[in-house]
Design a protein around this ligand. Structure first.
Ligand code: FES
Length: 115
């Protein structure tokens, strides 16, 4: 069954900005992800680097480069496109973050519950 989970309000993120979240997948297991807001759009990915599976953030809600133009892994510095999750530099170049479908309903950002 398709189910969307509430994450935050549309104005809870800076622009550009990111926010980590913890949800349950459809089997009741913890699932760690993060949202990115850029150019008025939201993107959601699993908080797991394709290189080692480590969490990407280098501090609470810190996922972006200083310029705010890429997602950056805090472990070895891999860089990912915000809108596609594709790694464009670093040890996992050519691989992608696992994405989640995002929707906005009544000013709330929601993600499709992962399996
Ligand atoms: S764990 Fe992310 S680049 Fe190595």
């Amino acid at each position: 069954m398709t189910r969307y989970l509430d994450i935050c309000g549309v104005d809870d993120l800076a622009e550009p900005g990111a926010k980590e979240f913890e949800i349950e997948n459809s089997r009741g297991q913890k699932w760690y992800g993060f949202l990115v807001k850029k150019d008025g759009a939201f993107h959601a990915y699993a908080n797991a680097c394709p290189h080692t599976g480590a969490m990407l953030n280098w501090g609470p809600d810190r996922f972006l480069t200083r310029a705010g133009d890429r997602i950056m892994c805090g472990v070895h510095g891999a860089l990912f496109e915000i809108d596609t999750g594709l790694c464009v530099a670093g040890p996992c170049q050519g691989q992608s973050l696992r994405d989640l479908e995002v929707r906005v309903e009544d000013g709330r950002v929601q993600v499709l519950q992962p399996e």
